[in-house]
Design a protein around this ligand. Sequence first.
Ligand SMILES: NC(=O)c1ccc[n+]([C@@H]2O[C@H](COP(=O)([O-])OP(=O)(O)OC[C@H]3O[C@@H](n4cnc5c(N)ncnc54)[C@H](O)[C@@H]3O)[C@@H](O)[C@H]2O)c1
Length: 293
Amino acid sequence: MKIAITGAAGQISYALIPLLLERFKFPIELSLIDLPDKISLLRGLEMELEDFCFSNLKNVSSGSDENTLFEGVDVAIFLGAKPRAHGMERSDLITVNGATFHRQGKILADVANPKVKALVVGNPANTNALMLIRGGDYKLKNQVQALMRLDQNRAETALKLAGRPHQDVFVFGNHSPTIFVHNASMEINDFVRKRGADVIKARGMSSQASAAKAVVDHLDDWMSSEDRQYSAAIYSKNNPYGVDEDLVFSFPFSNKKGILELPLSREEQGMLKQTEDEMQKERQIACTIPFLN
Ligand SMILES: NC(=O)c1ccc[n+]([C@@H]2O[C@H](COP(=O)([O-])OP(=O)(O)OC[C@H]3O[C@@H](n4cnc5c(N)ncnc54)[C@H](O)[C@@H]3O)[C@@H](O)[C@H]2O)c1
């Protein structure tokens, strides 16, 4: 299986690659993509991968040429995104990254395996995933998902800490503080909404190892031959919740049956609207990219 990773010289990637090679035992070829000024870091990573001696790692290519490195890939993991620099508005971040994902979506649709699965992690993940779909002219609309598994895992942690382990935990909406956990108290929701900021405050960096583990959990469920149910942000066309049909929105999802329909309380319907409003605003900002008009 050929797997491309963008932002491969970054921190999540560094934690992710060994987890990926441990979890999936089938033969893997890696295509590692980052910006031209990160080539030396990529070469160092390649050397470390050689020294790991994973028997299932068959080949590693790296560089910045997306046309070559996305060619024939079966899975593409999008970690690469510009972080919010000092003084930068959130709207600037959305447009800069939106343009990148739009360009990459076109290339992916043109050169990857037509059945490619693309998982978007780089923030704002849901809107970047929508731009990836749009860039590929909607050809990949059912093959792109954005990572919500870290939020789902955080919700499971919150329930465990509250002494209420829970079987099926699902999160709805945007990977942002407007997200909500289905059938959960306000305390659980607050925990999940603040957890990313709490980690940054404590570490001075965002969640990396836990994000890497969440990527592997997500791919494991998505690619499984069994029916797996998990939270995934997917293209919202024909969703049963009445959400705007041109977003990448987190729903309870089955890899075999698609979106699962669960009853929402009146309060949850209010939260659904709030997170939908936020994503509609992000889409509007992302679509102000000059070349899209
Ligand atoms: N969805 C989630 O649950 C979740 C969780 C944690 C982090 N994140 C996001 O994941 C992303 C990666 O996090 P990290 O800690 O690895 O960041 P990082 O800064 O360590 O690495 C990001 C890498 O992306 C590269 N990059 C930037 N633009 C690129 C482009 N156009 N093409 C290819 N590579 C590019 C950078 O050069 C850098 O090496 C961030 O956007 C972060 O906010 C998402």
